[in-house]
Design a protein around this ligand. Structure first.
Ligand code: MTE
Length: 339
């Protein structure tokens, strides 16, 4: 069980991280941002208002998919790595991505998380940085969100169960945060611990909670690995891992731990929930690999879940199509042994 420090008022005492200004829509929409705006700029009392309020021109209303499409093309990372974007397919509607989920703390049915996760309180949300770092510390989620400007990145999202989606995520590279953590040179891995609280999470029995995942340090530092706070330009829905998760687009979805409360730096390959549950099926690396089947099903194809009525069956790509950016991380490794 991850030790979460007293979730009371302590977050005021956490060290402040420098916060550059961001015009990312997620920050504008964020409740914390709204609160801040409200507290620093209280509306003038009507009798003190000198000028009549100016009318703002009405903005045209775009459906969500249109707005998302606008967001995704602006990402710096996307420009540098065109493979990140699926050129022809629009992202899935948010409705699909937020009702068909894996979040076993809320149950095993795909619809369980969207029905149950509203119970989770995502503020205050202290996050621990522990293990082999220069200075173990606890920070709060709003400082973390504002630490770097957010980017929107459209990634393929491939589950080990052979379904996939395309989702525009919002966040910044995990490497930025790891640099802030100042890991010691001896730290070779980073482990993620998800929040766990039986009062709000029914918990599927038979697993060793809290949910844990981990990456080798060079994988975690790869610019594609995203520390994620939103999707579709909005704050992450609870069922998608609010308030913070990681996204590792060249690996099966289970590497992308949700609702993270602790980052632990270590020199040993860390235990991970699915590997502990069944090491034969779920390896530590879990790179998307159409040539290496799961013990129970083929990984050669995937069911692409999008807005179409009938999901298409499409061939799965090595490293989920991100080979140009990540294949070198595994040079010389037997990917059937290190699955
Ligand atoms: N994180 C936690 N804490 N608990 C989980 O059960 N499931 C994983 C991953 N992260 C899981 C988790 C799996 S199996 C997948 S495929 C993805 O989350 C699903 O992410 P999504 O629901 O946003 O599509």
């Amino acid at each position: 069980m991850a030790v979460i420090c007293n979730r009371g008022n302590q977050h005021h005492a956490y060290p402040q991280i420098a916060q550059p200004r961001s015009h990312h829509p997620l920050l504008r929409d964020h409740p914390a941002a709204r609160l801040r705006a409200a507290s620093t700029n209280p509306p003038p009392l009507p009798h003190l208002r000198r000028h009549p309020r100016r009318r703002r021109p009405r903005r045209p209303h775009y459906p969500l998919s249109h707005r998302s499409a606008n967001l995704c093309v602006r990402s710096r990372a996307t420009q540098n790595h065109p493979q990140q974007v699926h050129p022809r397919r629009p992202p899935n509607p948010l409705a699909k991505a937020s009702t068909y989920n894996n979040f076993y703390e809320y149950g095993t049915d795909k619809s369980d998380p969207s029905h149950e996760a509203y119970r989770l309180q995502t503020r205050p949300w202290p996050i621990q940085i522990t293990g082999m770092v220069k200075k173990p510390q606890t920070i709060n989620i709003d400082d973390l969100i504002h630490y770097r400007p957010l980017e929107s990145r459209v990634y393929r999202h491939r589950c080990v169960e052979a379904w996939s989606m395309i989702i525009p995520w919002d966040g910044y590279s995990l490497s930025e945060f790891i640099n802030f953590c100042q890991p010691l040179p001896s730290a070779k891995y980073v482990q993620f611990f998800s929040y766990n609280n039986k009062k709000v999470m029914p918990d599927e029995p038979g697993y060793d909670w809290p949910y844990r995942e981990g990456l080798r340090m060079d994988e975690a530092m790869n610019p594609l690995t995203l520390l994620t706070f939103g999707c579709y330009g909005q704050v992450l829905p609870n069922q998608n891992g609010a308030p913070v998760r990681v996204i590792v687009p060249w690996k099966y979805g289970y590497k992308s731990a949700k609702a993270i409360v602790r980052f632990h730096f270590t020199d040993k390959e860390p235990a991970t929930t699915w590997n502990v549950a069944d090491g034969r099926e779920y390896g530590f690396y879990s790179n998307v690999n159409p040539n290496y089947d799961n013990a129970r099903w083929s990984q050669a194809h995937e069911r692409r879940l999008d807005s179409s009525t009938f999901p298409r069956n499409i061939p799965t790509q090595m490293f989920n199509g991100y080979g140009d950016q990540v294949a070198s991380l595994y040079a010389g490794m037997d990917l059937k042994k290190f699955y």
